[in-house]
Design a binder for this molecule. Structure first.
Ligand code: PA5
Length: 445
């Protein structure tokens, strides 16, 4: 379902070195599969596709049904980082590009909040909410993250004022820790339906828990097909082999980084629907590998748009990067370029051709040009951008991330550095308990 092609790296590497890194990746594969490596209390994501309880899917369906009966047409999904990007990337990838503008709507619109602290964003979100029939999914594993907590306070007050407390309790669903945290306490007190983020699943690996599945289902998308695709990938990737796509990807990216100084990986797409898959991937790899003074910096471009902005740098700038191209074999819609009698734009040589054919030629031409310019290329392919293939792709990147981070020698499942900005922010905001830090930070500014 997911294929990795490394031919575009061949001219940059020595085969013996690649073999050595395949062996390192196979050792890392064993660590991941034996579940005795660093961070092994966070491996619950590995078997989510095959073990997600039917009761969870039933509960998710029941909420979507209840909200449909109430006429809900706007679902505000509140969360940040791993409590946001999985749902956002799946909804963007599987929805009509112009779902918001089309008159016919099959499902509520899902919008996101709590992923920034912009006053304008929240004020304008409330302008939208004022015109719509609103429900809310608030997601925070810790239940204490500032950005979603601020957004939720505002959205909760709006929903309670508009619909009353009893109806609000049916319009608000919380996804949080099973036992602890402010959001758990509040949900119990207010009688919200809650879903649990399993203790052994970290935020960036949580897309196939209710964290991702509820917003995705609320948007009317096929969670069962998404899980089915992930399940196929779970089975396929569990086979230890030098040809396992996760092993190949992990081996090559570590080789390029450690032996050839390629410290930036650019995930390239040729379909605007994939731009948030890249954002999700950046968090997955950035938080999992960027620690202990090492790690590949994950970046992304959306082509062909970015060929007209970042293309110059990639072709001829500092030679620090390799590219991983997300290749989608077939488009799911058809659009053929017509002929024109005058041919003023001189495009008649393309008449009768599919737009996607041009897209694929742009992709191929760019890959070859970037190889000539000194940028190694890998390709990660799926057959088409549907729920099954996307589920497989997400699981592939998760599994490969575990293999790759262990190959690099870091714990893939912690993120100690994320706390540092929070300490400074709380000190600056004079949070009780931070008095000393407030004084210290004031002395610096
Ligand atoms: O991957 C992670 O663990 C983080 O990105 C978290 O998901 C993010 O910080 C949000 O945390 P929480 O869900 O506890 O609010």
């Amino acid at each position: 379902m997911v294929n990795v092609d490394i031919k575009g790296c061949a001219s940059f590497i020595e085969p013996a070195k690649y073999e050595a890194y395949v062996n390192k990746a196979l050792e890392a594969f064993d660590v991941l599969e034996s579940e005795n490596g660093a961070g092994n209390d966070f491996l619950g994501w590995k078997h989510l596709p095959s073990e997600v309880p039917a009761s969870i899917l039933g509960d998710i369906d029941a909420i979507c049904h209840l909200w449909k009966e109430k006429g809900v047409d706007l679902v505000i999904a509140i969360g940040i980082g791993g409590s946001y990007l999985g749902a956002k990337c799946v909804i963007e990838a599987l929805s009509h590009n112009f779902a918001r503008q089309l008159k016919h709507k099959d499902a509520p619109e899902v919008v996101f909040a709590g992923n920034n602290l912009s006053e304008e964003y929240l004020a304008e979100l409330m302008d939208l909410a004022a015109e719509r029939n609103v429900a809310c999914i608030v997601i925070s594993k810790s239940g204490t993250t500032t950005e979603p907590a601020v957004a939720f306070r505002i959205v909760k007050q709006f929903i309670e004022q508009r619909y009353g407390k009893a109806d609000a309790a049916q319009r608000i669903v919380a996804i949080t820790d099973a036992k602890k945290g402010a959001l758990k306490t509040l949900s119990t007190q207010e009688g919200y339906k809650t879903f649990v983020v399993p203790d052994n699943v970290g935020g960036r690996f949580s897309v196939l828990t209710p964290v991702g599945l509820l917003p995705i289902a609320a948007a009317g998308l096929d969670t069962k097909a998404l899980l089915e695709g992930a399940r196929k990938a779970e089975n396929a990737l569990a086979v230890k082999s030098a040809q396992n796509p996760a092993v190949v990807y992990a081996a090559m990216r570590n080789l390029l980084f450690s032996e050839y100084g390629k410290s930036t990986e650019i995930l390239v797409n040729y379909n605007p629907k994939l731009s948030f898959v890249a954002e999700w991937w950046k968090q997955l790899y950035g938080e999992s590998e960027g620690k202990d003074g090492t790690g590949i910096f994950p970046a992304s471009v959306n082509n062909t748009a970015d060929l007209h902005s970042m293309g110059q740098f990639i072709q001829q700038g500092t030679r620090i990067m390799f590219e991983t191209v997300l290749h989608v074999e077939t488009a799911q819609r058809s659009m053929v370029i017509g002929s024109d009698e005058q041919n003023l734009d001189q495009l008649n040589f393309l008449s009768g051709k599919h737009v996607e054919h041009c897209n694929h030629m742009a992709e191929l031409g760019t890959r070859l040009a970037h190889i000539d310019g000194g940028v190694p290329q890998m390709t990660v392919s799926i057959e088409k951008l549907d729920a099954q293939n996307l589920g497989a792709l997400l699981y592939f990147f998760e599994f490969a991330c575990g293999v790759s981070a262990y190959t690099l020698g870091v714990n893939p499942f912690n993120q100690p550095g994320v706390e540092d900005y929070k300490k400074n922010m709380f000190a600056l905001l004079e949070k009780p308990g931070y008095e000393e830090a407030t004084q210290a930070i004031r002395a610096r500014i």
